[in-house]
Structure formats: structure tokens, C-alpha cells
Ligand binder design. Structure first.
Ligand SMILES: Nc1ccn([C@@H]2O[C@H](COP(=O)(O)OP(=O)(O)OP(=O)(O)O)[C@@H](O)[C@H]2O)c(=O)n1
Ligand SMILES: O=P(O)(O)OC[C@@H](O)[C@@H](O)[C@@H](O)CO
Length: 432
């Protein structure tokens, strides 16, 4: 097992606190029950994630395993890692990849500056890959930065659209013992949200200790007879599709995998089933959003690309030398762009770094003076160095006069470039 990048930032303080809970629903679902919370104070249970990424993607029908297939020139798995890294209270992410893809995975981590990632060798089946990830978290290996979490999230590396709220819900549900309850409160010292153990809540043990996301079935499930005819069908309304993420008390799911039969390890597809079969734990089922689907077939890649394009094309940052000048043509372009895009920011070069950190992916630099081109080059360099790896077409408007004449056309071209993100147009010099 290797932590990567070597010498890189290790996992944040153990059990990163659950910060930024928004809304009553998140706060409610964040009422983590913690047996270890007796001295809670401001700390929250430690949470880690295991991402099985050792598959070959046969159903995708391309030579590259689907988790490494590019979307907007960026490997699919990097989007999933980015989604999990955004969740501040996940302290470690363990990714299981094949030995032959280990170097490729390390390059992805380095290129996109993923943090707190540990790599383990995957197994010949998904369950075996997950088991290898759990072993890495369970064993206190010498000079290993991983520590055993209280709760572990299991999430397929090919499900990039996972949001904090569903992660919080499955983790919260996995903690609901029914023994101790705790409430979310703001720590007076640092303003972070923390957990405080309340009195024991009804002695009946509500042994959930596991939870998983589900979605309504799209097709009816049928059972064929041996002669290939319909034997019976399941009532669709009474059944659900099991998706990811799933969350477990670490000891529960680790025990289940240790007890697991070879048959289950070889042919099983459902972690929740292992917790039920070997630990008698009935998982809590959490309705997930439509975006939780697994990228399996080539059509799923096209769908994922469309969703990513749509998400990163909602905003633009108009960069000009002095945003204070109300007469600047950039302000008129800003007004035009508001007819095309949801969020239009205006900035000068001074606060651009902050804009970049806020994950804005689209920029248009309005040059009035020819000398501004140097500023454009500075912007390009800053974007390259920021490692915001999403492709962003550069639209350089080099002639204020022409822009004045065709402001609306210029705004339309810019919006089209942002939404289409055709790599053939990268770096083109367009005069609107
Ligand atoms: N031996 C395996 C098989 C699968 N997976 C991972 O489990 C997740 C979901 O599995 P699936 O969609 O079946 O992926 P593949 O097995 O790669 O797809 P296919 O069945 O089409 O080959 C994927 O992230 C995949 O990389 C894994 O870690 N180890
Ligand atoms: O079966 P596959 O290997 O395609 O993918 C695994 C899925 O079954 C799994 O992710 C969900 O069904 C939840 O268990």
C-alpha cells in the first residue's frame, strides 16, 4: 500500500470535523450517533473512503479501463476523487487499482494535485478490491499515515457525481446505533460544527451500522426460467436499484469481508448484502439523486461529459485591466453575457487568484490596449499553473472597436465556446 504523493500532505487532522452543514436537513442528518462521542467536545467520528478502481471496463468496449477514460481530457476517476476531496470530513481516500495501472494512477494524482490518497492493489473481483482497501485501513502498518476510521464509505470510482449531502446521510445512518445520540453544535473555540453526546436514547439497539443509496428501478426486473422464458417478474414499485455511496461502521463491514465465502467474494456485487449475511446488520436505505448512476457503457461517458460541461459552463469571469471604469467595454460585455450564462463575475488581475480558487473554469480577457496582451499571457500562465485541468477555450478579443460594434455577437460566441469546449478551438485568436 502506498500513500501518494510521497511526502505529500497526509490526511488532515484525524476525524476532520463536519463543517459547513447547511440547512435543517443536513443538520438533522448530521446527528451522528457515536459510541466514541462521550468525550466528544468538538470532534467528529473519523471517516475514510474506499474506491474500487481495479476493473477492466469490458462493457465500455474500449481498450482503456473506463475509470481512466478521459472526459474533457481528464480521466473519469479524477472527477470522483475531486468530488470526495471536496468533503472536508473524509480524512483518507483509499483507491484500489491494478498493479499495471498503479503508475498511471500516481500520475493522475500528481497531475491534478489530489491529496490524501492512498493506493492499494485491487483484486480480481470488485469485492476483493474493496476488501484490499479495507485491509489497508485496518492494519496499523509501520510509518503508515492511515488510521482505522470509525466509519468507512465505499464508493465506485466510476460514479463521479456524488455530493456531500448523500455522503453525510449514509455516514449518519451508518452511525445510528440507538445507544447514544448526539447533536450538532458550533464549537465556541473555532466555530466548527461538532458533536455532543446526549443522554442515551431508548435502550433498544437500532442496529443499522450500514447504509446505502438507492434509486427507483427504470426497467422491471424479471426472472427467466431455465428454458429462457419468463418465470416471473418483480413488482417494480416494491423494489429499488442499489447504488453508491454506501457507508458502514468499519468493524462491521471488515468483519463481513473476513467471514465472506470465496463464492461471495468471486460473484457477489452487493456490500450491503455481506453486512446482512455475515453480521446480521440491516442497512438503512437512502434515496439518492439521479446523478448517482455508475458509468458502465460508452453512452454513460457521453452523458457524464454533458453533465460536466453543463456544470462548469454556468459561470464566467470577465477580466479587464480596471473594473472601476464603468465605461469599459468589458462592463457592456458583462451585461450581454448575463443573457447567456447564469453567473458573470468581473475582476481585474489583482483578485484573479481567488476567483480561480473558487473553481471558476471560464475566463474572457477584454483587451483594450495592445499592451494588455501581456496581461492575457499572465492570465493564461496563471490558469495553467492553477492546474484547473478542465479545458477552457481562450477567447481573446483584440479589438475594442470591433467588440463595440458586435458586442452581442461577441457574447454569443463566448457562451457557445464555453458550452461546447471544443478542444480544436483552444488557444484560438478570435476577433468578435
Ligand atoms: N476487479 C475489480 C472489478 C471492478 N472494480 C471496480 O468496481 C467498480 C464498479 O464495477 P464495474 O462497473 O463492474 O466495473 P468493471 O468491472 O470495470 O466493468 P465491467 O464489468 O464492464 O468489466 C469500478 O470502479 C471498477 O473499477 C474493482 O475495483 N475491481
Ligand atoms: O455489479 P457491477 O460490478 O457492475 O457494479 C457494482 C454494482 O453492483 C454496485 O456498485 C451497486 O449495485 C451497489 O452495490
Amino acid at each position: 500500500m502506498e500513500s501518494w504523493p510521497p511526502g505529500g500532505s497526509g490526511p488532515a487532522e484525524a476525524g476532520r470535523r463536519l463543517r459547513d452543514l447547511r440547512g435543517a436537513d443536513l443538520a438533522a442528518s448530521a446527528s451522528l450517533l457515536s459510541g466514541a462521542g462521550a468525550e466528544a467536545g468538538c470532534s467528529a467520528p473519523a471517516v475514510a473512503a474506499v474506491l474500487p478502481a481495479g476493473g477492466s471496463g469490458e462493457r465500455m468496449g474500449v481498450p482503456t479501463p473506463k475509470q481512466f477514460c478521459p472526459i474533457l481530457e481528464r480521466p473519469l476517476i479524477s472527477y470522483t476523487l475531486q468530488a470526495l476531496e471536496r468533503v472536508s470530513w473524509i480524512k483518507d481516500i483509499v483507491v484500489a487499482v491494478t498493479g499495471e495501472n498503479m503508475e498511471a494512477m500516481k500520475c493522475i494524482i500528481q497531475r491534478y494535485q489530489h491529496k490524501g490518497i492512498s493506493l492499494v492493489e485491487s483484486g480480481v473481483t470488485r469485492h476483493r478490491s474493496i476488501f484490499n482497501g479495507l485491509k489497508a485501513l485496518a492494519e496499523d502498518q509501520p510509518n503508515c499515515r492511515l488510521s482505522k476510521p470509525e466509519v468507512v464509505i465505499i464508493h465506485d470510482a466510476v460514479r463521479p457525481f456524488v455530493e456531500e449531502d448523500v455522503l453525510l446521510k449514509v455516514v449518519t445512518a451508518a452511525k445510528e446505533h440507538g445507544h447514544n445520540a448526539c447533536e450538532v453544535f458550533t464549537c465556541p473555540e473555532d466555530g466548527h460544527l461538532g458533536f455532543h453526546v446526549l443522554a442515551v436514547v431508548n435502550n433498544a439497539a437500532v442496529n443499522m451500522e450500514a447504509a446505502g443509496a438507492i434509486r427507483p428501478l427504470v426497467s422491471t426486473v424479471i426472472s427467466p426460467s431455465v428454458d429462457g422464458c419468463l418465470d416471473h417478474s418483480l413488482e417494480r414499485a416494491r423494489h429499488r436499484a442499489s447504488e453508491m455511496p454506501q457507508a458502514f461502521l468499519f468493524d462491521v463491514i471488515y468483519e463481513a469481508y473476513q467471514q465472506c465465502s470465496d463464492y461471495d467474494l468471486e460473484f457477489g456485487t452487493e456490500c450491503l448484502h455481506l453486512a446482512l449475511k455475515y453480521c446480521h446488520i440491516k442497512a438503512k436505505l437512502i434515496e439518492g439523486s439521479p446523478d448517482l448512476w455508475k458509468v458502465t457503457y460508452k453512452r454513460d461517458l457521453y452523458a457524464a461529459e454533458s453533465i460536466i460541461k453543463e456544470r462548469i459552463s454556468q459561470q464566467i469571469c470577465v477580466v479587464m485591466d480596471t473594473k472601476e471604469d464603468e465605461e469599459h467595454v468589458g462592463h457592456r460585455l458583462e451585461e450581454m453575457l448575463k443573457n447567456e450564462l447564469n453567473h458573470v463575475k468581473v475582476t481585474s488581475g489583482r483578485d484573479l487568484q481567488q476567483i480561480i480558487l473558487e473553481q471558476c473554469y471560464n475566463f474572457v480577457r477584454v483587451n483594450v490596449m495592445t499592451s494588455d496582451f501581456e496581461e492575457t499571457q499572465k492570465l493564461l500562465n496563471m490558469l495553467e499553473e492553477s492546474n484547473l485541468s478542465i479545458l477552457y477555450p481562450v477567447v481573446v478579443i483584440s479589438d475594442e472597436q470591433k467588440l463595440q460594434e458586435s458586442l452581442r455577437h461577441g457574447a454569443t460566441i463566448i457562451a457557445a465556446l464555453i458550452k461546447e469546449r471544443n478542444s480544436g478551438l483552444i488557444g484560438q485568436l478570435l476577433v468578435a
